[in-house]
Design a protein around this ligand. Sequence first.
Ligand code: AMP
Ligand code: MG
Length: 439
Amino acid sequence: MSAPKPGPAATAGILRVATRNAAYNADSLRVDTARALILSLAACLEGTELLPLSSALGRVLAADLVSPIDVPAHDNAAMDGFAVRGADLREDAPSRLRVLGASLAGRPYAGSVGAGQCVRIMTGATLPAGADTVVVQEVVSVQGDRAGIPAGQQPGSNLRRAGEDVKAGAVALTAGTPLRPAELGVIASLGLDRVEVRRRPRVAYFSTGDELLKPGESPAPGRVYDSNRATLAAMLARAGCDGIDLGVVPDDPMALEQALARAALEADAVISSGGVSVGDADYIRPLMQRAGEVLFWKLALRPGRPFAFGRLNPPPADGSERPGALFFGLPGNPVATMVTFYLLVRPALLAMQGRADLDPPRTRAPVRHALAKKAGRTEVLRGVLEASDGKWQVRATGAQGSGLLSSMAKANCLVVLEHERCDVAAGESVDVIMLDGIA
Ligand code: AMP
Ligand code: MG
């Protein structure tokens, strides 16, 4: 394959940056190099929104969140029992203390605990003044207003200290943190009902191919249903983006040019699927070379070899300083679309939201069966990570053709066999990227 003729914009722009990299090879780029090049252009977007907590799930915290209060606000009981003074406890003999009253959650005891005295206390209730210890109720014998405390109770025990969860003035959550249920709870625990989050990237996406039918249309000879827009819409939503569906674009240069022009106006990033491989109907790459800059168009990756990445020129009417939209030309094969999205597009979309954690959880596990692997490219299999006889192991989902989308539906992980690796024997450890999570 001959290299494309970059236009003047390209030679002055990102292509020059890329070609300075010793590992740059536009015709068969290593996945790790491709990822680094993509991330070097995926800057955090300007713009934030102030949202109620109920709308902030999955969004990304825009600024460090400094706690206005101590959490918990007061020293309080970790167990039901009696609030006592440690000085009244004895190593060698029981103590008898007078019960003054009770401190309940939300209804603190107003007085203070003096020598020889105690207060009944429930979990979460504020520790009364003078007390510094909670003795659990199970060991205490009560007769009238007297509490018998056995010998050997530990002073200072069964307490939660003010500020032990979060201290007033401390950073409770750092900028770039994705808001999961736990983070939303932490923000609520600070007494805040709103949170400033990064704006969502606007991502235009379309499928290309004259053979594509929309789901809901009648089947026809030689046609296939467009599944890539369904997976792209869902993957974009999971990655915290606002998807702009540009539909199915026929294999026609005019129509593709119009789709790119519209995307350049509306979007921070553009994703196409199909039409980036070598073939008569492949228009995307030459079009991109006119509409912007192309950084690379082939990866040393299976599935996902045809993959174009570049940047659209900003629309001329737009006086703003914003850079042109990033362009990801994904291969049309449905599994390749998903695999390249997870490996290369998703990290960029997260970086555009200011997130620091760009990759899904990764682990290593022994593989249950041998895997054929060619050195000189990264290979990605759909896998199932499961415990068998108490040991975690990973296996492939079965046939791995890049058109077999059901292999993706059966998977809970991707198995990544790195660039240099050759055939893998049963029992060898492999890299596993998790696809599912609950938090
Ligand atoms: P392409 O990358 O355009 O050469 O397409 C590669 C293969 O993926 C062909 O078999 C296409 O029919 C199929 N394909 C392309 N786009 C889609 C799509 N949106 N949904 C399902 N299959 C597709
Ligand atoms: Mg096609």
